[in-house]
Design a protein around this ligand. Structure first.
Ligand code: SAH
Length: 259
């Protein structure tokens, strides 16, 4: 379906492709994801998939919205996996499309495990995760030679909406100069407090990037101590990434993107 000088895998009826749609910009879809969008019989997507990407679903192909969104009523995970399995068993080519990458805070592993348990064949189609590609659209690299040789990707809350109990804040604060929090707005006060209590400096650079790689992208530059108030003042809402560390300062020179 795409005119390419190599073959893409055949989307077999009765199988599920678990694909990432990237952070927003449709140009960040992989060739495999586009191929899947054009050949699926049914697309089951989550709430974070950009409308411009959903517009690529051919007319007549069923699109079902099933997915989680922080703080909003959402389909139960068990219902989603049951639906994927039912559709595959009915002989459909099922595209399960998620924002970013399915294996990065995306419930991809749970869904893939359920498919394995049900004996449904599946393929993973990785996507560009918001915490890397989305930040690139804000002019923030996750590593740079002069600032950090490690980066930690962290979830700001677990499936129950709370900060995971197993967090070792001291280890996290010391372990990587750059921390990228997904779902970091809900408990921003706790996150920033705990990081400072664990030794990160109050004036350390922080960026909050909302709707990265979409025309609605907003980037707020602040500091650990001031982040809560600054976010409140700006009225920022999810989806947002929180970046802590020296790479944020590179944005001054690298802010290339004009929505
Ligand atoms: N699997 C996704 C992450 C899903 S968790 C990925 O790999 O990107 C949902 C969180 O991802 C949001 O709360 C937000 O923190 C982040 N996120 C996803 N898309 C985003 C975007 N376009 N802009 C900012 N944050 C985004």
């Amino acid at each position: 379906m795409l005119d390419l000088p190599f073959d893409l895998p055949v989307f077999e009826p009765g199988s599920v492709w678990l694909a990432g749609a990237g952070p927003g910009d449709p140009g960040l879809l992989t060739l495999l994801a586009l191929h899947a969008l054009r050949s699926a019989d049914v697309v089951v997507h989550d709430a974070l998939v950009d409308a411009r990407i959903l517009a690529l679903i051919p007319a007549g192909v069923a699109a079902e919205s099933m997915g989680k969104r922080g703080g909003e009523a959402s389909a139960r995970q068990a219902d989603i996996t049951a639906r994927l399995i039912d559709l595959a068993r009915a002989g459909k080519k099922v595209l399960r499309l998620k924002g970013g990458d399915p294996f990065v805070f995306g419930r991809g592993p749970e869904e893939a495990l359920a498919l394995v348990a049900a004996g449904v064949p599946f393929r993973m189609v990785p996507g560009i995760t918001a915490g890397i590609g989305g930040l690139a659209y804000a002019g923030i690299p996750v590593t740079s030679k002069d600032t950090n040789s490690a980066v930690a990707f962290v979830t700001g809350h677990g499936p129950d909406g709370e900060i995971p109990d197993e967090f070792d804040w001291n280890a996290l604060a010391r372990g990587a100069p750059v921390l990228v929090f997904y779902m970091g707005l809900k408990h921003l006060d706790l996150l920033t407090e705990r990081l400072m209590a664990a030794g990160r400096k109050a004036d350390e650079a922080v960026a909050v990037v909302c709707n990265a790689a979409t025309p609605r992208q907003i980037v707020l530059e602040t500091s650990l101590a001031e982040a809560v108030q600054a976010v409140e003042r700006a009225g920022l809402k999810p989806p947002a990434l929180l970046v802590v560390g020296p790479v944020v300062e590179l944005r001054r020179q690298l802010d290339w993107w004009i929505p």
